[in-house]
Design a protein around this ligand. Sequence first.
Ligand code: 26Q
Length: 809
Amino acid sequence: MFTNKQVFKEAFLNKLASIRGKTLQEASPMDIYLAFGKLIMDYTSKNWAQTNLDYKEKEARQVYYFSMEFLLGRLMGQYLVNLGIREVCQEGFKDLGINLEEVESLEPDAGLGNGGLGRLAACFMDSLASLNYPGHGCGIRFKYGHFEQKIINGYQVELPENWLREENVWEIRRADKAVEVRFGGNVRMEVVEGKMVFHHEDYEPVLAVPYDVPIIGYDNKTVNTLRLWNAEIADNDFDFPSFTHGDYLRVIEYKRSVEAISQLLYPDDSHHEGRVLRLKQEYFLVSAGLQSIIRTYKKKSRSLAYLHKKVAIHINDTHPALAIPELMRILIDEEGMGWNEAWSITTETISYTNHTILAEALEKWPVDIFKSLLPRIYMIVNEINERFCGQLWNKYTGDWQKIREMAIIADGYVKMAHLAIIGSYSVNGVAKIHTDILKKYELKNFYEFYPYKFNNKTNGITHRRWLLKANPALSDLIIECIGTQWIKEPEGLIDFLKYRSDSSILARLEEIKRNNKIKLAEIIKQNNLVNVDCDAIFDIQIKRLHAYKRQLLNALHIMHLYNRLIENPDLDIVPRVFIFGAKASPSYHYAKNIIKLINSIALKINDDKRLKDKLKVIFLENYRVSLAEAIIPGADVSEQISTASKEASGTGNMKFMMNGAVTIGTLDGANIEILDAVGSENIVTFGLTDREVLTFYHHGGYNSWEIYNSDERIKNILEQFVSDFLPAPQGEFTTIYNSLLHNNDEFFVLKDFAPYVDAQNRIDKLYKNKQKWTQMCLVNIAHSGRFSSDRTINEYAREIWNIKPFTSK
Ligand code: 26Q
């Protein structure tokens, strides 16, 4: 449509006039952003409508990805790239004196997720559309996404992130498609013509209104839909009689309590807290999503007996696991189906991904809370449980312990992982090691009972955001070398390997990295008021702050380097800039304390002239998707140092390798598959294996005091933490100290310290041979195609969902 920049400029100026009522001279940056956003929406609307029509007419089998989180970040840039109009818009804007990047930077991140799980959902959306799969997202339109992080005096402070303050140009409200979700109340049973009928009464109705966001495929005509639900009060649900009787406050309070459902994303990853509002959100999502799917399906007036032939529903972790009893409820109570038929349809429709083995992340709800919030759903879960326990009894007669361990309802709790496994036809882990651990340990009983359900789907990331969009200079070089085919078939990146010994390409690669580092240094300068040396190694750890991810191990190594340099300022090491970005869950005090520790270390080190600028420590505040896109292209070293067995997969590791950083990592999650791909010469690994870790957990044999007493370096550092060495209040880091020494170092930080220091020394040596180093970067880039979410989505499509790319034929 925008065949040239002239056409674009005209269209844009018209839009500005019609939407904002302004000429360019009068327009504010926000006017420009919004008008341009609307123009993009217009541009895509035809394909969006056509895609919907195609799916309807062809009756293609479709997948719906249910997730509490979609960590989208910014959309404008990705839309432009996928539509192939970024250049023409950029040129047109230039003529008008507008800088496209500045316009793009006005967009607030859609931070509707915590971390890996939410970002994975967003990458999957991009791959589904780009590969022409009929696949949509179903989530919640949280008014407040992930909090905004400020660092004040070294401490994390959380502010609400009101991303919807300005108009959200990418969404379309579809009031006509609203559905009602019911909470609380009672269930009355009645026998009608010999059949039990259930009436849900005295419930609290909540209106779920969908907001649709287009998901635009790359260089194709597919525009899928991400449907985000908003909780509202139906006008006719206002209790007008009591309103007129002066019960104004009660009505307003009711409105507030309804709207609370889609107010905020719980800023917690990997820690389950049994809050009712969270359970309400989970049911709200699945009930609204399923009702809308069934409604669409029935428009074709096909019998629901074939639902599973046309619809696949995927649940992203257990958060949407209530989809199982909710689908049963709709089929039985609303459609009059019998239990057995409803169960076979449900268990042929739903599939489930597990993202964690951390016990504290497993969702379980107290029966009394569950029952009073969702009385009918509880009855159904109870029935599922009883039937399942019956099956268990047949297989394991007399083994009460096993039956209790596997039951959905036990010890006063509803266990969501059990429900998810029993009600799905597929259960997958997110990296080979993770799936193996699930089968061997965490879900051993279930694997024994349903071996055919278990499978692995190693995570991936969309190379269109994390390479093509985030790192245009590198993308251009790759295109110059191997053409553009890799954009559609990312495994084609392997052709870049041919250039591993081409010194002119290596030099260009090195230059691109350096330029990206300069850009990152500017961000650091602006935010942290610190100058960093772009010839230093940029060593980066960006991810949620969690004990198992071991930012603390990184901090210990920094302290160690510092101590070495103070002892010998002429020490021959490559200068380093250690960069961190991380949000800690607001109630996770230990994690917040580590942020304070890192900032205290930074304060101590950055101003110490004796170091001659060989060491800098930077904590970048408010880590989020858009910041990650700015950071990752400038990384030399990617820190992936979780305690083996704890990180299900990791996806940051993939983003870094794709941008030519070298991983320093443990044998955990997808690091192991990265090692397989690039070979041991192109990655630096260290530390305990998952087996060793699990053996220590199960059989003991680790004593952190022994390590402490035998390693002077550790002793020194830990004393520095608790003395007045660091610029922090006395006693500030006692808890950290105690976690390592008096709580036996649950995550083996001290145990892995020496191997980590050795690994870091290897990095230092490798970097000194710059040509060789750049070669390693190139090899990493070339092998990163297998970690594209296109590969992952193709596997899900073929092996789990049984869906095919849509073709118009
Ligand atoms: C549960 C109940 C109540 C409140 C919050 C939660 C909750 C929210 C988010 C529990 C867990 C999460 C997120 C988990 C997560 O992000 N896991 C990561 O998933 C990635 C994608 O598969 C993996 O790469 C990471 O290894 C894994 O940690």
